[in-house]
Design a protein around this ligand. Structure first.
Ligand code: ADE
Length: 227
């Protein structure tokens, strides 16, 4: 899968893309991630990318020119890909959207900064606008990293263990949260590993895990609704 990230702060991605799972997936040729600086598409001596909003109001907006031209230049390098714009007002990311994104051959992720994008960027590019939650970040970079991380895990070969992605929380038809897990030692500070997990009885273990996942999911739903 190829992922292009368009940002005013390319250096934010250096250690993220070189580290751990994503670094290994890139080295293995499973992921081709490229970062492009939106400022390279700004014109004028000051390479200005932002300006004050017409009609007044706080902060600065990204001007349409550098963003649109950067996206078009990156899209010309290969097939257009699925264009995503990170913004707090977009569709809220969840595992089913992550699965949808992971089925694309190419993603183009555009990170905003300042108070947001000039509306004409959306009119011209018609991006899939995504938010990672109902809070405001100082830019889309961290949100883009969240997407790259969550999507990469679903690219075949990246995890090395396909089963582990399938067993993750929110995966599978029932979208359950994962229940509790234990490793050695069997006893820690007086707390024991549940007996069933040591029984070697795989049917009982599977039934217990399912029951725990249903419980954890129900508790989480109750917390979310405040009841
Ligand atoms: N940019 C600023 N806040 C954001 C959010 N919550 N999700 C995605 N992009 C953002």
């Amino acid at each position: 899968m190829r992922i292009d990230i368009l940002t005013l702060f390319p250096e934010m991605f250096t250690s993220f893309l070189d580290g751990s799972l994503i670094g290994a997936a890139r080295a293995a040729g499973l992921l081709d991630v490229r970062v492009t600086n939106i400022r390279d598409f700004a014109t004028g001596v000051h390479r200005q990318v932002d300006d004050r909003p017409f009609g007044g109001g706080p902060g600065m907006l990204l001007m349409p020119g550098p963003v649109v031209e950067c996206v078009e230049a990156v899209q010309r390098q290969a097939d257009l890909g699925h264009l995503v714009m990170l913004t707090p007002g977009g569709r809220r990311l969840d595992q089913s959207i992550v699965e949808e994104l992971s089925r694309q051959d190419r993603l183009v992720l555009v990170c905003g900064r300042y108070e947001g994008f000039d509306e004409r960027v959306k009119a011209i590019l018609a991006p899939d606008e995504l938010s990672i939650g109902d809070y405001v970040l100082s830019g889309g970079e961290v949100a883009a990293m969240v997407i790259v991380d969550a999507v990469s895990r679903l690219v075949p070969g990246v995890l090395g263990d396909e089963e582990s992605a399938r067993q993750d929380s929110f995966s599978g038809a029932d979208r359950l949260v994962e229940g509790p897990q234990y490793t050695r030692p069997r006893q820690y500070r007086g707390l024991e590993v549940p007996e069933v997990l040591l029984s070697g009885d795989h049917r009982r273990i599977a039934a217990w895990r399912h029951e725990q996942a249903v419980d954890a999911t129900r508790r989480r739903t109750l917390q979310a609704t405040g009841s």
